[in-house]
Design a protein around this ligand. Sequence first.
Ligand SMILES: *Cc1c(COP(=O)(O)O)cnc(C)c1O
Length: 407
Amino acid sequence: MSEQLVFSDIDTHSPMGADILERIARVLSPDDGPHPLHAPEIDGNAWTYVKDCLDTGWVSSVGKWVDRFEAMMMDATGAQHAIATVNGTAALHAALYAAGVRPGDEVLVPSFTFVATANAIRYCDATPHFVECESRSLGIDPAALGLYLDKLLIHRDGQVFNRHTDAPVRAIVPVHCYGHPVDMDALHKIAARHELILIEDAAESLGSSIGDRHTGRFGRAGVFSFNGNKTITTGGGGAIITDDALLARRIRHLTTTARAGDGTELIHDAVGFNYRMPNLNAALGCAQLETLTTKLETKRKLASRYAEALSGLEGVTMMVPPDWGHSNHWLNTILFDTMQARDDAFAALNANGYQCRAVWTPLHHMPMYADNPRMDLPVTEDLAARGLLLPSGSGLVQTGTTSSTDR
Ligand SMILES: *Cc1c(COP(=O)(O)O)cnc(C)c1O
C-alpha cells in the first residue's frame, strides 16, 4: 500500500528534516510505523454486511445495500436525494452532464485540485477554465474570481460568454480541498450573478460543513468519493447529492444505463452510463457510514495533536481550517517557508516511515491542460511549491488513548 519512494538527490539529514521528524514523532511513534498517508480503517459491521452479499449472491448492480447506502448518505448530509456511483469521477461526470454542461462550454474550476475534477469536465467535451485559490481554505478565492469574471464575461441572449474565446461559460466547480470548506456564501453569490451552474466537488469533504449545512448542498448538486484513501471507503465508489427531484431522477436514469419501460424488455431511451455502485461496495459503505462520527472525531484529534506538536517550529505553518466552516481534516496540510525546506522535510519523513505527499501539482502544469484558459495563478503556484500532506488516516489514532491535548 505505501509507495516506495526514492530520494537519490535529496538530503534526508537536513536541519528541517531533523526538526520536523522530531515533532511528528511526538504525534505518531516511529515504532508503530510505517504510517501511511491515509489507509482505510475497516471496522464495525463491515464483515457482516459484506458477508451478507457473498452469502446471498447479491454482489452486483442490484440489491438492498445500495438503497440503504443512499438513504444513509441522505441522512449524513441532509440532502433530499442521493445516487451512489462506481467512483467519484463518474459521479462528477454524471452530475455535470445531467445539470447541462455541453460540448464547447467552459467550466470554471481550480487548478489546485485532483485531476479528476478537470477530467470529468473534459468527458463532457467541455473546457476546464482554471481559477485561483486562496490560502485560507485552499479552495477558490471568491474575491479574485469575482473581479476576474466581471471583466471576462459578457451576458448575451440569456447566456454568459467568455469575451475572448466566445465560448459559453456554463458552470463552476468549487473543490473543498483536503476537507476544508470553500467560502460558499461568497461563491454562491458569484454563481447567481453570472447564472453559472454550481456543482460542488465534495469528494474530500464528507463530514465538513458550513453552519448546519453539509458541503455538497450549496449548489445544484454535490459529489463525493469513497475511494480507499478518503475519509470513508466503499473500496471504490462515489455519490451525488441534490435537493432537486428532477435532476436526481435524470442522474439516476443516466447512471443506470438509461433503462426505460417496465423491465420486461431491455429498452434504453438515451445514451446512459453504467455508473451504478455495486451492492458489494455499498455493503462496506453502510458499515463505514455507521462509524463516520467516530472517524471524524479521531481525525479532529489527530489534527489538533499535529498542531500542538508543530507549534513554535520556525519556518512551518500548519494549515488551520477557515473560520466560516467545519473541516473533516481529511489530509493535514503544512506549509513551509521555502520549497527547499518542504522537499527536505518530505524526504526525511518518507525515509523514516511517515508517508507524506506534496500537495496537488497544479493542473495547468500538466500537458493535457497546459493551454487551457486560466486566471493568473500566483497563490496556486506558491501553495503547490511549499505544501506537504501528513499521514492522516483515522486508524492512526487509537480511540481511547489520550495525549496532552485531549486531557
Ligand atoms: C478523490 C477525488 C475525486 C475522484 O474520486 P474517485 O472516487 O477517485 O474517482 C474527485 N475530486 C477530488 C477533489 C478528489 O479528491
